[in-house]
Design a protein around this ligand. Structure first.
Ligand SMILES: Cc1cc2nc3c(=O)[nH]c(=O)nc-3n(C[C@H](O)[C@H](O)[C@H](O)COP(=O)(O)O)c2cc1C
Length: 382
């Protein structure tokens, strides 16, 4: 079983993640992790914070001489901005600086302050902030390297920002993931229109959401299972993606489209080739049937709501004065869908890696690979 925890506040000293369950003997390329960290920070429409931080992972445990050793992997991402926040975020001493008291609609501010009985909204927003996703990307990047070693590849791309959608006919699916553009969009014309849409939102003091898609190729058939609700891989993927801050809908394969068409148009018919291998001509199911991978590419999409901190703030309440006020303005993104797509790839990588290890449990990469080989041999003989 693979599991991870993250810790750290947005303006604290650092973000930390501990990933447990990665088999020994996996070569880890730290530069590959750091490339993903930078990708999470990119995107036209990001706030000033991303200009301050240049995320880089320090690995503190679990790896020796470039290889995993089977023990928990601890990773740390330092916050460069900490030097400006040391007094406000001090672990000891007396409170320093003004309290944040005007709640932002759409954020964790109002509920969190009540639930945790705090008087400074900063006590909530510091952890609710999606800065936490830097720690998730570090975890997902290790998982991605584990999957790559087994021939499983994950790419994520932006398909919609603020209602501007890609034209799928213009996408070169074969070369996906090769050249990452600023908005991580695979269709240049749409990306240009998305940039324009973000610029307009920025000028209006507004924010935008959108949709990203994650495609996983090379996954063996039979990961996940139909036998129990909590072991279905479709459910696990939905939870993993929905757990990302601001993600409000997840669809697998044709997802919401299923509601509009009859079964004759929506299921992926099966055929035999000349070697009696089964093949399909479509992948409406997004690679999952009965909560299990069916050997086709896994396709999942996630919808992100518009960023809740607006430079033209929304009407809200002040918990100290009990007056109606305008919501507070933290330094903030206008659109973070490209960044969310990188986090989505990370969460997908973790979920698939966990499913692979559940099926092919092993404490080292040789045992895992042998288990996969023997499973594939059995399938070939059927
Ligand atoms: C990559 C990423 C960046 C985000 N950046 C911001 C931001 O700059 N300002 C903001 O208010 N919310 C931002 N959010 C969204 C909030 O973190 C999120 O809306 C908030 O934690 C409340 O959670 P909920 O939307 O899931 O209910 C971002 C989310 C992601 C995934």
């Amino acid at each position: 079983m693979l599991r991870f925890l993250t810790a750290g506040e947005s303006h604290g000293q650092c973000l930390t993640s501990i990933l447990e369950g990665v088999p020994a003997g996996l070569k880890i390329d730290i530069e590959k992790i750091n490339k993903n960290m930078i990708r999470r920070q990119m995107g036209y429409g990001r706030g000033g914070r991303m200009k301050i931080e240049t995320d880089k992972v320090d690995i503190l445990s679990g790896i020796r001489f470039g290889e995993t050793i089977g023990s928990p992997i601890t990773m740390q991402v330092k916050n460069n901005d900490w030097q400006n926040w040391q007094r406000k975020m001090s672990i000891t001493g007396q409170p320093f600086g003004d309290k944040v008291t005007a709640a932002r609609p759409g954020h964790a501010d109002w509920v969190g302050i009540n639930k945790y009985n705090r008087s400074d909204i900063r006590d909530i927003l510091e952890r609710a902030s999606a800065r936490e996703t830097a720690a998730r990307v570090a975890v997902g990047s290790v998982c991605q390297q584990f999957l790559e070693d087994l021939g499983i590849k994950i790419v994520a791309h932006v398909v919609n920002i603020g209602g501007v959608r890609i034209d799928r006919k213009k996408i070169d699916y074969k070369n996906m993931g090769q050249n990452i553009s600023e908005l991580n969009c695979m269709e240049a014309d749409a990306e240009q229109k998305m940039r324009e849409k973000i610029r307009e939102a920025s000028q209006a003091g507004d924010t935008l959401g959108g949709t990203f898609e994650v495609i996983v190729s090379g996954v063996p058939m039979g990961m996940g299972t139909h036998i129990q609700w909590d072991k279905r891989l479709d459910g696990k993927l939905a939870q993993a993606l929905m757990s990302i801050q601001a993600i409000k809908a997840v669809e697998i394969g044709d997802g919401v489209k299923y509601a509009d068409y009859p079964g004759s148009k929506m299921h992926d018919e099966m055929f035999y080739d000349e070697h009696k291998k089964v093949y399909r001509k479509s992948n409406h199911a997004g690679g999952l049937e009965g909560g299990m991978t069916n050997g086709e590419n896994i396709i999942v999409r996630a919808v992100m709501k518009p960023i809740p901190t607006l430079m033209k703030p929304l009407h809200s309440i002040d918990i100290a004065s009990r007056q109606e006020v305008l919501a507070s303005k933290e330094r903030s993104d206008i659109c973070a869908v490209p960044a969310a797509s990188v986090v989505g790839a990370a969460m997908t990588a973790f979920t698939i890696a966990d499913a692979v290890l559940e099926q092919f449990a092993g404490n080292n990469m040789i045992d895992v690979k042998n288990a996969i080989k023997s499973y594939n041999n059995r399938l070939d003989e059927r």
